[in-house]
Ligand binder design. Structure first.
Ligand code: MN
Ligand code: MN
Length: 301
């Protein structure tokens, strides 16, 4: 990998890590989703990167893909199990990282430890020549040992410039995929531990979007918003709230719904566990594959 690219990636990873640790301090009873998200995203910009995707705050049984809506008045409550998942990018080189915490309680520490230890075990294997199914197996073993289930239909992923989810999945169980990791790959490993069955389903709309296929459009407000999206976010995910107040909310709603219907943008659904009333934890790091794995989203060094 070219040195300049690697330096950008390392810097983005470090900023993502710092943002994650900063975000952790903001999540308390009564603090609100919108403000916490905005503060973390401003922090990323102040440090010299941009959000790699909108800050995700998924609670309890929602495994992933909840970002604050433009007029979201959700607040954290005591006992919430919060997955904070965020990214920072420089020139499209993204650091993607997540942690789980509980708000002012201590009743789900085993579940939190399960995904964290699974991540540690997986990282130890993240070297050239390791088959991705071996990583999945290591994740599964740790989480199962704790008495929980790994989420099988969520996975880590390779990351390429401006492509958050590139074409290699890093499974959370032994899926028999014998594809080997190669030197110089950048991958995100993200074990999810669930008290439920270990499968997610597609839930409600999330207000997380990404540009899917750029096509010219005629309607003037839709066109203006599309060009803004292309210029600001390229192919990286963005949130509806990023478009407000630059554009009035009614116009944003109108344009996004047009663009979604035209297949130009894609809206991510929220991803809740299939089982009702269960809890899900997640930890994630972005790793640079070398003989000794390099964690890009670590705070130190
Ligand atoms: Mn993530
Ligand atoms: Mn990820």
């Amino acid at each position: 990998m070219e040195n300049e690219i690697l330096e950008s990636w390392k810097k983005a990873g470090k900023i993502a890590a710092e943002a994650r640790e900063y975000g952790k301090t903001l999540i308390k009873p009564e603090s609100n989703f919108l403000e916490v998200s905005r503060k973390i995203e401003e922090f990323i910009v102040k440090k010299g990167a941009k959000p790699g995707f909108p800050v995700q705050l998924s609670i309890n049984g929602i495994a992933a893909h909840y970002t604050a809506f433009p007029e979201d008045n959700s607040v954290f409550s005591e006992g919430n199990l919060v997955k904070l998942d965020l990214g920072a990018h420089i020139n499209g080189y993204i650091g993607d990282t997540a942690l789980t915490l509980e708000v002012s309680t201590n009743k789900n520490q085993e579940l939190i430890k399960a995904s964290k230890e699974a991540l540690d075990a997986a990282i130890k294997l993240a070297k050239p020549g390791t088959k991705v199914c071996e990583i999945g197996e290591a994740v599964d073993n740790v989480i199962t040992k704790y008495g929980f289930h790994p989420i099988k239909n969520l996975s880590g992923h390779k990351i390429d410039q401006y492509i958050l989810h590139s074409n290699l999945s890093i499974p959370n169980y032994n899926n028999k995929d014998k594809t080997e990791l190669e030197e110089d790959m950048i991958i995100a490993i993200e074990p999810f531990a669930s008290t439920g069955m270990g499968l997610i389903k597609e839930g409600k709309a999330s207000s997380n979007y990404r540009l899917y296929e750029f096509k010219p459009v005629r309607d003037s407000i839709t066109k203006e918003i599309l060009l803004f999206i292309k210029k600001e976010f390229s192919t990286l995910p963005f949130a509806k709230r990023y478009l407000v107040p630059k554009f009035p909310l009614a116009k944003v709603n109108y344009a996004l719904s047009n663009l979604e219907k035209l297949g130009i943008i894609y809206q991510y659904p929220q991803l809740p566990e299939k089982e009702e009333n269960c809890l899900v934890s997640q930890h994630e790091h972005t790793i640079y594959i070398k003989d000794k794995p390099i964690i890009l989203t670590k705070v130190d060094d």
